[in-house]
Design a protein around this ligand. Structure first.
Ligand code: HEC
Ligand code: HEC
Ligand code: HEC
Ligand code: HEC
Ligand code: HEC
Length: 475
């Protein structure tokens, strides 16, 4: 039995098992934190679960312990008072205990605020958002691709200030409950679909100035036909991006004073029957063919912003065609394998019950095709076929997540009009004002078509790129 006179703190801390448990937890957290200090200083760790442990679990243990100590002291106060009865000098004993607890509280405030700060910071990392929880796997995977792979999830998903932070933590808690109860929707809704996307003024426009004049931008890409030779062709578009007062695509929707509102009749905002344009001086209302103003008025409306066109910049999923074109153009899949594009697309679009099922059947499907139809090629180039099978599987894994019901067509991309309605949700030639002014569908207002699916376009020679491409094609 310690001398209560000399060690009132020990009396207090041992007077009830709850206090002792609290002390044990605080000590445990303190030591674990010391061990994790190097990671703490760097602010990140490579393994998501160690990250969860150091930045989230340790602070929780620490604070639970801290709360238990006073609770235990209250519960055990009678026993403590008895132990501290005269002949003990109670005043001196309490003074000592008071001093001990003041110093400890100050130390705990320092450690506690440091832990809280790191926890809050950690909860903003891409690792915490994207990897703690399997549900985010599609977005995490797609986010690894340019251009925003270095931009934290929170930069696009958390609004400014304390309210933004609180809203995101509340949404996070709701999602956590969904995961625990296993009743979250599959696929999870896109952020615009659930109408929870933070306005682009608080996200995109913090890094990209709205009024920037970008001017025309050259875009080219190679595509491959589904014939035996996988014939290569080039598309070269000059995108009239413009911006600011310079008009063009950005200027028309985002220029100074311009406000466009639209009404959508589905949650994914793919059907847009009503559009209102104003530039400060004039207002125009465009209605889709067959829509009455009354029907449109009943629908929810939205102010047009960056993400209405660039909705997949954070995590783009590709179409099977584009993905294979890219792999062929970069020689990840050898273009000299006959019908590799056509067969690849069939294999990618087939349905698989799970990741493992796909991992088994996609490569073996490609192998089987060459074994049966091109045994000479299989005999000579089995290795190429196997590598192509792995490249196909990698494409599948980046885009399709069977257990979360995310597949090629789950999340439409609004930038364009080939795979999804995109620009043509409004620019379909069927949206007009009462005065019969129609939202343009003129190809060259949006892009000069310098070459469309041409095998050897003159424009690339003019640009000095002819040789580069033909040597790429030969490889
Ligand atoms: C550059 C901005 C940006 C970044 C960075 C970003 N996102 Fe997104 N995210 C968006 C936009 C825009 C949408 C809305 C897409 C839509 O509605 O079509 C979205 C939608 C989502 C959705 C809803 C499902 C879906 O695919 O539409 C989830 C979940 C999500 N993001 C998670 C993440 C995670 C996790 C990260 C980090 C690994 C991340 N996001 C990084 C912009 C971003
Ligand atoms: C934290 C800063 C940041 C935020 C937030 C951000 N971006 Fe970016 N964005 C960048 C950087 C950096 C690049 C890459 C530039 C490069 O690679 O040349 C980029 C690239 C882009 C590109 C591609 C340009 C190209 O060359 O193809 C587009 C389009 C774009 N951002 C749109 C958006 C949109 C829309 C949002 C909001 C949903 C957004 N960005 C949010 C920093 C940001
Ligand atoms: C009406 C649709 C639309 C809206 C709204 C829009 N953009 Fe764009 N933006 C485009 C198109 C189309 C391109 C050209 C894309 C391409 O072909 O790569 C583009 C290109 C860009 C680029 C790439 C420029 C480059 O250097 O290559 C950036 C960055 C960008 N937009 C950012 C933004 C931001 C930020 C906003 C919001 C302030 C915004 N956009 C609003 C349609 C839009
Ligand atoms: C929500 C409806 C909507 C969507 C979606 C939309 N636009 Fe527009 N667009 C408009 C409106 C409204 C105008 C302005 C019409 C006016 O001047 O009265 C406009 C004007 C334009 C103009 C200028 C036309 C001219 O005659 O000078 C271009 C270029 C353009 N849009 C390109 C695009 C591109 C590219 C996309 C897809 C990436 C797109 N728009 C998506 C509503 C839309
Ligand atoms: C409202 C603006 C707009 C109009 C009108 C428009 N386009 Fe486009 N188009 C786009 C955008 C945006 C893209 C996507 C560019 C990108 O992906 O970088 C695109 C892409 C394309 C592509 C390349 C698609 C691919 O994946 O290979 C072709 C081809 C094309 N458009 C043809 C046309 C033709 C033909 C017309 C006229 C009937 C037309 N477009 C009208 C905005 C428009």
């Amino acid at each position: 039995m310690p001398d209560p006179q000399k060690q009132p703190v020990i009396v207090l801390l041992t007077s009830h098992w709850v206090t002792m448990a609290g002390v044990a937890l605080v000590t445990l957290a303190g030591f674990s934190w010391l061990f994790a200090l190097p990671a703490n200083i760097r602010g990140n760790v490579s393994n998501p679960y160690i990250g969860l442990l150091t930045f989230i679990a340790i602070p929780i243990v620490f604070f639970v312990g801290l709360i238990l100590i006073p609770i235990g002291i209250t519960l055990g106060r009678r026993r403590a008072a008895e132990a501290l009865n005269p002949p003990v000098d109670r005043k001196a004993a309490w003074r000592r205990a008071g001093m001990f607890f003041t110093i400890m509280t100050m130390a705990n405030l320092v450690i506690g605020s440091q832990l809280t700060y790191r926890a809050v910071e950690h909860m903003e990392t891409t690792q915490f958002c994207g990897q703690s929880c399997h549900v985010m796997k599609p977005e995490f995977t797609a986010h690894l691709l340019p251009p925003h792979q270095q931009v934290a999830c929170a930069s696009c998903h958390v609004g400014p200030g304390a309210t933004g932070w609180l809203a995101s933590k509340m949404a996070g808690t709701r999602q956590l409950i969904g995961v625990v109860l296993n009743n979250y929707p599959r696929p999870i809704e896109s952020a615009m679909e659930s109408n929870r996307l933070v306005a682009s003024a608080d996200t995109c426009e913090q890094c990209h100035a709205r009024g920037k004049v970008i001017g025309p931008r050259l875009r080219m890409h190679s595509s491959f036909k589904d014939d035996e030779a996988n014939t290569r062709s080039e598309t070269v578009l000059m995108m009239m991006v413009g911006g600011g007062n310079a008009g063009g695509i950005h200027g028309a929707h985002m220029g100074p004073g311009v406000h466009i509102r639209y009404a959508a009749s589905d949650k994914k905002r793919q059907t847009i029957p009503w559009v209102e344009y104003s530039n400060g001086s004039a207002t125009q209302t465009y209605l889709a063919d067959g829509t009455t103003p009354d029907a449109a008025r009943a629908l929810p409306t939205f102010e047009m912003q960056c993400v209405d066109c660039h909705n997949r910049v954070g995590h783009a999923f590709e179409s099977p065609e584009h993905a294979i074109d890219r792999a062929l153009a970069s020689s990840q899949i050898p273009v000299t394998l006959p019908f590799v594009k056509k067969t690849g697309i069939e294999l990618l679009k087939a349905s698989y019950s799970s990741d493992d099922d796909a991992a088994q059947r996609i490569p073996s499907g490609l192998t089987a095709f060459y074994q049966q139809k091109y045994s000479d090629i299989w005999a000579k180039r089995a290795n190429d076929v196997q590598l192509a099978g792995q490249a196909l599987l990698a494409i599948y894994r980046d885009n399709v997540f069977p257990d979360l019901k995310v597949t090629w067509t789950t999340y439409p991309n609004n930038l364009g009009h080939m795979d999804d309605p995109g620009c043509f949700r409004c620019h379909d030639g069927g949206h007009s004002t009462a005065g019969k002014k129609t939202l343009t569908q003129d190809c060259s207002t949006c892009h000069q078509m310098l070459a469309v699916d041409e095998t050897d376009p003159a424009i690339l020679k003019t640009l000095g790129l002819g040789d580069t491409l033909s040597s790429a094609a030969k490889q």
